[in-house]
Design a protein around this ligand. Structure first.
Ligand SMILES: C[S@@+](CC[C@H](N)C(=O)[O-])C[C@H]1O[C@@H](n2cnc3c(N)ncnc32)[C@H](O)[C@@H]1O
Length: 247
C-alpha cells in the first residue's frame, strides 16, 4: 500500500530510458496466450504429489522433504512478474541471460523464451534441478538453456570464465543481505553496458530491503517495482532512482 501511494506515475516520468522500458515491458496487461505452454507446465507441477529432498542453500540453509506441488505454489515467480522479465529480454534483444535460482525451471522458461536468448541458470538442490530438466524438455527449450547443478559460489567462477558478459542477470535465490551484496559485487563487472540486473523480493526481509537500498545506490538507474528491483549502469545518464506502480 505504501509503495502504491508513493510510486511515481508514468505521466510524470522524465527519463526516456525508463519511460520506454515502463511502457513497452512493464505496464502491460498479463497475457497468458503467448506463454500458454509454460503456464500449462506450471499447472501440471501444481498437482505433482511426489516428495523430493529440498536442500536449501539460501536463507534457511536446511534440508527437508517437500512436495513438488508445494514448490510450484510457493517458490515460482507468478506470470505477471515472469512476463515482465520476458518482455524486457524480447524488447531489448538481449542474448546472454543468467539466472541464479532455477527451482522448477518456470522463470527460466520465460527468460529463454525469446528467439535470440540463451540462458545459463543455476540451482543448488539436486532433486529440484532434476525436476527442472523435465520442465525444459516439456517446454522444448533444452537447446537454449544451460542448466547447472551446484551452489552459486561453486559455479559462478566457472560460468563467468566461460561467458564473460551477460545482458540480463536475474538473482532469485539466497535472499540474505550478505549473499545478495556479494553476488551483485561479483556479477556487476560481468553485466554488459546496456544490460540490466534484476533483484527479486527486494522487500522480503529487512536484510533484503537493506541490500536493495545499498545496491541501488551503486547503479546509475534503479527501478523499484516492489516485487523486483531493476538496476542499470548506463553511462551518460544522471543518477536516478524510480519507484513505479505496475498495477
Ligand atoms: C525462489 S526459488 C527460484 C524460483 C525460480 N526462479 C522461478 O521463479 O521459477 C530459489 C531457488 O534458488 C536456489 N538457491 C538458493 N540459494 C542457492 C545457492 N546459494 N546456490 C544454489 N542455489 C540456490 C534454491 O534451491 C531455490 O530452488
Amino acid at each position: 500500500m505504501q509503495h502504491y501511494l508513493t510510486a511515481t506515475r508514468i505521466d510524470v516520468l522524465h527519463s526516456p530510458f525508463v519511460f520506454e522500458l515502463f511502457q513497452q515491458c512493464i505496464a502491460k496487461e498479463v497475457n497468458l496466450l503467448p506463454y500458454q505452454n509454460i503456464e500449462n507446465i506450471r499447472e501440471q507441477l501444481r498437482s505433482v504429489q511426489t516428495e523430493i529432498t529440498f536442500e536449501d542453500f539460501g536463507a534457511s540453509q536446511n534440508s527437508r522433504k517437500v512436495k513438488v506441488k508445494d514448490l510450484a505454489n510457493q517458490h515460482l515467480k507468478p506470470p505477471r512478474i515472469a512476463q515482465i522479465l520476458n518482455r524486457i529480454i524480447l524488447y531489448k534483444n538481449y542474448s546472454n541471460v543468467l539466472e541464479l535460482g532455477t527451482s522448477l525451471g518456470i522463470s527460466a522458461c520465460y527468460l529463454a523464451n525469446a528467439p535470440q536468448a540463451f540462458l545459463t541458470t543455476i540451482e543448488g538442490s539436486k532433486a529440484v534441478w532434476q525436476q527442472a530438466q523435465q520442465t525444459f524438455e516439456q517446454a522444448k527449450l533444452t537447446h537454449k538453456v544451460i542448466s547447472l547443478q551446484g551452489t552459486f559460489d561453486q559455479l559462478l567462477p566457472e560460468v563467468l570464465a566461460k561467458k564473460p558478459m551477460f545482458d540480463f542477470i536475474f538473482i532469485d535465490g539466497n535472499h540474505s543481505y550478505e549473499a545478495t551484496m556479494r553476488y551483485v559485487e561479483i556479477l556487476n563487472p560481468f553485466l554488459s553496458e546496456n544490460g540490466l540486473l534484476i533483484l527479486d523480493d527486494i522487500y522480503w526481509s529487512p536484510g533484503m530491503t537493506k541490500a536493495w537500498k545499498e545496491t541501488s545506490e551503486k547503479f546509475t538507474v534503479s527501478i523499484d517495482l516492489f516485487f523486483i528491483g531493476i538496476l542499470s549502469k548506463r553511462q551518460g545518464q544522471v543518477k536516478e532512482d524510480f519507484k513505479l506502480r505496475v498495477w
